[in-house]
Design a protein around this ligand. Structure first.
Ligand code: MN
Length: 500
């Protein structure tokens, strides 16, 4: 995964000419100090770049235009140190295509009780200057994040950091290409959807390639390339005896390596950021890609099983958002339940493809039969996942809009060994509890496929949904079914009226 350091957010301060040169000089000096301080803070993974104060409609329009076309600029942080009459902002905000964070701060943390005079009041008036700016954004019905607090307060800075991560994910989607190897699984509803609308709304494209195109690349993989990857498998994982050199199924491991190398070559050549496959469409392939999908996900590619392109794209965006953070993000499926009243929980897994970024220890590399698909036994990585707070996210195509649905969960350490379960897995307890959490998910039409995240929070995804201009539904600690069902109904009305 590429580091986020090359990305920028621009720190733009609004003011006006009527304050005179001296005050404007001070505004610029203070704004620069804030931008530099945010830039140096480890909680913000991207560069924060100070820009000269904007004081007129022309200057505001120009900076928004520049931000739109600047490749590395992923958003604007706007702050009104003084009063900046907001009609000046209309033209710029109308054309701004990058996410905006409204930072409601003040240079001075404390009121200087003994020294405060009208000069101080004149300089430090974001308390009302930012209200004027907030009004015009609300009046224009613009999505943005408002962060309130002193610029040296770590909690406040963390919120800005979260937003920059969401903006990095959003930026990554713009112009991104996802490939589907084959169509989605026949007759399945939730993994299908409107790819045209997704491209309009989200900025990424999804296109299908026949399996034959992929098989052609796989068949060009050399024995030397396979030798090298098999050696990496042997040093990175605990290979089960039959897969080891000389073992009865070593040829299957070599076949899995060949598939991985071919798939990666295909993705690199096409500049794809993620992919889907399906067990129903593997013509010419020996086995369903298991370890290949797992390892490509760990390298940062998005993945969705059974042709699920929405989840593949979401996995990719969430991996970008989580860059450099402890813990991982993986394709996931709610698989089976433990309904014991004393300890209700969900077992999440997939047929094969769980990303090793969420593994709690060195995975074991195994081969077992797969009940469906009619192909050779696939090689896969098997592991448990660490306990702790996590979440599941799903993008749902509701026909007239997309909904980003999040369920906060608590992952738990496995209480029993699972000697016969041949796939990677996670155990979790949904918030607010199993019954309410699962019922709410089903009322919201959430998919069985999700992106499971150990390192992102609801706030990252709420910011991300705002950037995309889509519905955000949260199932968390405070959720009650009655309220949640109403929210879904009210949202239906809102999105019926508000056609963006
Ligand atoms: Mn599935």
């Amino acid at each position: 995964m590429k580091s986020l350091e090359t990305l920028e957010v621009w720190f733009v301060t609004g003011s006006q000419d009527l304050y005179g040169e001296q005050t404007l000089q001070q505004v610029a000096t203070n704004a620069k100090a804030i931008a530099e301080s945010l830039h140096a803070n480890q909680q913000i993974p991207v560069a924060v770049i100070w820009k000269p104060t904007v004081k007129s409609p022309e200057e505001i329009f120009a900076i928004c235009q520049e931000a739109n076309t600047a490749k590395n600029c992923i958003g604007i942080v706007a702050w009104m140190h003084t009063f900046s009459p907001a009609k000046m902002w209309i033209g710029g905000l109308k054309i701004l295509q990058k996410p905006l964070l409204h930072f409601h701060t003040q240079f001075n943390r404390d009121i200087p009780w003994d020294a405060i005079d009208m000069d101080f009041m004149n300089l430090n008036q974001s308390a009302h200057g930012d209200r004027e700016f907030g009004f015009i954004m609300s009046r224009m019905r613009l999505n943005r994040k408002v962060v309130v607090g002193h610029w040296q307060d770590e909690e406040t800075i963390a919120k800005i950091g979260t937003w920059t991560r969401a903006a990095a994910g959003w930026n990554d989607w713009q112009g991104a290409k996802f490939v589907r190897f084959g169509d989605n699984m026949r007759q399945v509803a939730v993994t299908d959807g409107d790819k045209v609308e997704a491209e309009i709304k989200f900025g990424y494209s999804v296109n299908t390639y026949g399996i034959g195109d992929l098989v052609e690349v796989i068949n060009k993989v050399t024995e030397a390339e396979i030798d090298a990857l098999v050696a990496i498998y042997a040093s990175s994982y605990n290979l089960m005896p039959s897969l080891q050199k000389g073992g009865a199924q070593h040829a299957s491991l070599r076949e899995a390596a060949k598939i991985e190398i071919g798939m990666e070559a295909f993705l690199v050549a096409g500049n794809f950021k993620g992919f889907t496959d399906t067990f129903e469409d593997l013509h010419g392939m020996a086995q369903l890609p298991g370890i290949a999908s797992q390892r490509l996900m760990a390298k940062g590619y998005g993945f969705g099983g059974e042709g699920d392109w929405k989840t593949a794209a979401l996995v990719r965006a969430m991996k970008v958002m989580g860059t450099g953070l402890q813990g991982g993000n993986s394709f996931m499926e709610d698989y089976t339940y433990h309904f014991n009243p004393s300890n209700r929980m969900v077992l999440g897994a997939h047929m094969l493809e769980i990303c090793e970024s969420i593994a709690d220890a060195k995975p074991s590399c195994e081969i077992h039969p797969l009940g469906i698909g009619g192909k050779a036994d696939p090689v896969r990585l098997v592991f448990n996942s660490a306990p702790g707070p996590a979440l599941n996210a799903s993008i749902v195509d509701m026909g007239n809009r997309f909904r980003l649905l999040v369920n906060e969960v608590l992952a738990v350490a496995p209480v029993h060994a699972l000697p016969k379960l041949p796939v990677a897995r996670v155990l979790w307890k949904p918030y607010p509890n199993m019954h309410t959490g699962c019922a709410a998910w089903i009322y919201a039409g959430g998919a069985h496929h999700t992106c499971y995240s150990q390192n992102l929070t609801t706030e990252h995804l709420e910011d991300f949904a705002a950037m995309a201009g889509i519905e955000f539904s949260l199932i968390g600690k405070e959720t009650t079914l009655h309220q949640f069902k109403n929210e879904l109904k009210w949202s239906d009305v809102y999105y019926h009226i508000n056609k963006q």
